[in-house]
Design a protein around this ligand. Sequence first.
Ligand code: HEC
Ligand code: HEC
Ligand code: HEC
Ligand code: HEC
Ligand code: HEC
Length: 401
Amino acid sequence: MEQRTNSPYPKLDRPVLAVIGILLVVSTILFVRSDRLRDFWYYQYEFKRMVADKFGAEKAKSVPSGLQQIWVRDLRHADRCVTCHQATAWKGFESAEEPWRTHPVEPLRTHPPERYGCTSCHGGQGWAVDVSEAHGQMAHWEEPLLGSELGEAYSLVDDKTALMQMNCNVCHRYDRETAGATAINTAKSLIKEKGCHACHVINSRGGTIGPDLTYVGDKAPEQYDYSRLSGQRTAFAWHVAHFKEPRALVSDTVMPNFHLTTREAQALAMLVLSWRREEVPAEYLHGAPRTDPRTPEEARAEEDMKTGPGAWFVKTGCFVCHSITAFGVRSPAQIGPDLSIAVEDVQARFGKTIDDFLANPTGTMSVVLSRQIILSKEQKAEAVKNLRAAFAEHQKQAAHK
Ligand code: HEC
Ligand code: HEC
Ligand code: HEC
Ligand code: HEC
Ligand code: HEC
């Protein structure tokens, strides 16, 4: 009260205070709004300034202002990332901070942004012009940016930026190897090495003991049973844990423990999650497979396999997964090792004789011999006889070389 009477503007102070109060509220609202909108204007302003500093004011005028977008009709993307990431195609900002850094040149040389946009590789929400929305950092966004932040959150042991390779593989799934997708390449060689096709159909080829994996990446995160998983409840974490010890998550599964390292399990998780039914136009699919008709030579070789010394393996069905090259038997799938040297190899790998191995098989073969190809005692003896004959033939051929 005292203060008020001492005020130089006793009559005015109340309305003035009220006006100031209102202004404060309004400007706070405006400030909050413009702070969220400010994002891209701020980044554009800064970039113009950087260009002016480096290349002069004239050049800076060529930097576009306002909303920028790359529309890729074939992929149905309209990516606005370049609204902030304006330096993408500029030279000279290779060591600037993000979002003002020049893009690494190599990926864009083979995939020009006007045909690929940004999100086909990086993920993120193409339409957004606000950092947290564009990068999809909120938990419920469907398309998070597959960058280092998510890589950290998923505790990737290797390259924190590797998650992007899941998107590379949407188009490159039929490549045996893709330069720049190291983790995916590791996983692809593991698929071959571990014989996953023995139990799983992948791209319409393989066995049916386990589920078809061709589009397993489409399985929604809610469809997984997390009850036996500790820690993060994401599809990625589920697959990593399942690869490391299938039985820890699915107690009655016959999927073997392959004793994978964390790095390998994470690479495989990325690979299987990349197997999605994306609608990518054919010209965007790199190296899609073609099925060629059988040549007469192939037909003849097949006939020889059925009647030659390896006929038992063909008749019994072992050749679906195994070649027996010593007998000229070529497996169409080559999921398991060549059986020409099994007699020696089984001893080295499992420390038991071939008789013992067939009587008490481990890993994938224990599943094959209990569900797919049931052999009587006599048939197992015949298998051993044939395996020994194949080995003898192999040694003979090796000696002649
Ligand atoms: C509103 C501005 C803005 C938009 C829009 C934007 N970004 Fe960014 N981006 C940034 C800023 C700022 C950084 C650096 C700070 C950070 O990482 O959050 C950044 C960093 C990045 C990084 C490096 C971070 C990492 O995790 O490796 C990538 C990759 C990236 N952005 C991709 C994209 C993609 C793809 C889009 C479009 C879907 C996009 N950005 C849209 C502002 C933006
Ligand atoms: C063909 C796939 C591809 C496309 C398309 C693509 N990028 Fe990249 N981008 C990459 C690769 C690969 C890297 C290097 C990642 C690494 O090794 O850290 C990268 C790096 C980046 C980085 C730096 C992040 C970091 O970790 O250093 C940003 C930011 C970025 N890209 C934004 C964009 C924007 C914006 C577009 C669209 C104009 C785009 N990218 C289009 C593949 C792509
Ligand atoms: C939207 C589909 C798509 C995405 C996503 C994609 N690529 Fe490609 N990529 C292609 C196509 C199609 C070609 C062939 C381009 C050409 O020859 O003109 C190609 C070419 C390449 C090549 C050159 C290989 C060759 O034989 O010419 C490499 C290496 C490559 N991509 C790696 C990557 C990496 C790494 C990523 C992820 C960062 C990626 N790609 C993402 C479709 C894609
Ligand atoms: C001996 C047979 C067998 C082999 C070999 C095998 N799996 Fe499995 N796999 C199964 C069975 C059975 C299931 C279903 C029960 C379960 O989830 O464990 C399964 C489940 C899966 C799932 C989860 C599928 C889903 O819909 O949730 C993935 C992914 C998978 N396997 C990948 C692989 C990969 C990759 C390999 C090779 C490294 C492999 N499997 C080798 C039998 C096998
Ligand atoms: C569905 C695919 C499949 C079929 C059919 C199959 N196998 Fe196998 N087999 C495998 C795989 C995969 C391995 C490698 C397993 C491992 O390393 O643990 C293997 C391993 C073996 C081994 C050990 C070889 C070595 O060098 O270590 C022998 C022996 C064997 N199989 C015999 C047979 C015989 C005999 C038949 C036919 C009665 C047969 N397999 C049918 C998938 C199959």
